[in-house]
Design a protein around this ligand. Structure first.
Ligand code: FES
Length: 120
């Protein structure tokens, strides 16, 4: 466990490894993830423009409420627990998950389709 201060905490749960970190309340999930060494790629630098920093809140209510701008950007995904890491702030205990890398997901879907086609 790596500590940066008192207050809220965020737990990054990334496929093969689990890591619990403690951050100051108000820290963005993007910043917390970087401090944890979890890479979340972005293009806009945290301005809610690129939508590359999507994460999902797995458990706990330790994130700031979804604001109008974030809800608009995420469309219906906000109702499914998806958040923008650059907009969500840690205010308590939270468990964060990272969605599958889009390129990896596309390759996986293509391989699944090919495997289905090979059956016929
Ligand atoms: S960093 Fe670009 S939308 Fe969050």
């Amino acid at each position: 466990m790596r500590e940066w201060g008192m207050g809220g905490e965020v737990r990054s749960d990334v496929s093969a490894f689990r890591q619990k970190i403690v951050v100051r309340p108000g820290t963005s999930v993007l910043e917390a993830s970087r401090k944890a060494g979890v890479a979340i790629r972005t293009r806009c630098g945290g301005k809610a423009a690129c939508l590359m920093c999507k994460v999902y809140a797995k458990a706990g209510d330790g994130l700031s409420p979804v604001q109008d701008n974030e809800r608009r950007k995420l469309a219906g995904l906000a109702d499914e627990g998806m958040r923008l890491a650059c907009q969500a702030r840690v205010v308590g205990q939270a468990e964060i998950g990272l969605p599958e890398d889009p390129l990896r997901a596309a390759v996986r879907r293509q391989l699944a389709r090919q495997a289905e086609d090979d059956l016929w």
